[in-house]
Design a protein around this ligand. Structure first.
Ligand SMILES: Nc1ncnc2c1ncn2[C@@H]1O[C@H](COP(=O)(O)OP(=O)(O)O)[C@@H](O)[C@H]1O
Ligand SMILES: [Mg+2]
Length: 211
C-alpha cells in the first residue's frame, strides 16, 4: 500500500486531546525500536511532539516541525534521508493541515475518545478522507475499563459515518500520560504494561496494513 519505500502515517482528528500526539510518538518510537528509521513530522503550531522530543533528549525517533504548507517537501527530504516510517502529527481545528496530511499519507489514523462531543468531531474528517481516497481507520483511545456499551455505541456511530475501525483500542492508561511528560513512551515507562502491549499490537496491525 505504501506509495514508496517510505510509509507515511497521518494522525488526524479535529478534536484537541484525542490522543494524536500520544499515538504519533508511541508508534514512531515502536518503529525505531524495531530497527526502522522513523520520524515524527509535527505540523501542529503548538509543537507538542517537538516538546516531547526536547524532554526526551538525544534519542530516537527524530521529530521535525513543519508547517502544513511545507509538508510534502519535509516528507520528501525524510524519504531522501532513508526514513522507513514517517508519522505526521497534526493540529486540531485545522482543515487545511488535516487535508495536507491525509493527501500525503498511505494510511490515516483517527484517534478519538468515546464521548459524544469527541465522536461528533469525526464527521468533518469523513469528507476529507473520502476526497483523498486514503485508507483511514478510527482508533478508539483512552477507553475506560469495562466501557462495553460506550464502545459498542461508538463503533456503531463511526460505522454509520462510513469510517473503518482499527481493531486495536488503547485503554485509559496512566502509562500514556505519565510517560509523555518525561519524553518517554508507555512501553519505555513499563515494558510489560498493558499500554505497551496495546501499542505493540497496533504497530503489528499497522505493519500488515502498510505492506
Ligand atoms: N490512552 C490514554 N490514556 C491516558 N491518557 C491519555 C491517553 N491518550 C492520551 N492521553 C493523554 O491525554 C492528553 C491529550 O493527549 P494528546 O496526545 O496530547 O492529544 P492531541 O495531540 O490529540 O491533542 C495528554 O495528556 C495525554 O497524555
Ligand atoms: Mg497534539
Amino acid at each position: 500500500m505504501a506509495k514508496s519505500d517510505t510509509a507515511t502515517i497521518a494522525i488526524v482528528s479535529q478534536k484537541g486531546g484525542s490522543g494524536k500526539t500520544t499515538l504519533a510518538v508511541n508508534i514512531a518510537t515502536r518503529a525505531a525500536q524495531a530497527g526502522h528509521q522513523s520520524c515524527v513530522v509535527d505540523t501542529d503550531p503548538q509543537a507538542s511532539a517537538a516538546a516531547w522530543s526536547d524532554w526526551r533528549g538525544d534519542f530516537l525517533p527524530v521529530v521535525v516541525t513543519s508547517p502544513p504548507a511545507r509538508l510534502i517537501r519535509t516528507i520528501d527530504s525524510a524519504r531522501k534521508q532513508g526514513m522507513d516510517f514517517v508519522v505526521i502529527d497534526t493540529p486540531p481545528h485545522a482543515d487545511a493541515a488535516a487535508r495536507e496530511a491525509i493527501k500525503a499519507a498511505d494510511i490515516v489514523l483517527i484517534p478519538t475518545r468515546l464521548r459524544a462531543f469527541d465522536l461528533a468531531a469525526l464527521e468533518p474528517i469523513v469528507d476529507l478522507v473520502a476526497m483523498a481516497k486514503t485508507p483511514a481507520f478510527v482508533v478508539f483511545n483512552a477507553v475506560p475499563a469495562g466501557a462495553k456499551v460506550l464502545t459498542a455505541y461508538a463503533e456503531q456511530f463511526a460505522k454509520g459515518l462510513g469510517l473503518s475501525i482499527c481493531p486495536i483500542m488503547l485503554g485509559e492508561r496512566a502509562d500514556f500520560h505519565r510517560s509523555s511528560a518525561k519524553g518517554e513512551t508507555a512501553a519505555e515507562a513499563d515494558p510489560q504494561g498493558k499500554a505497551a502491549k496495546e501499542v505493540d499490537k497496533l504497530w503489528k496491525w499497522l505493519r500488515k496494513k502498510l505492506v
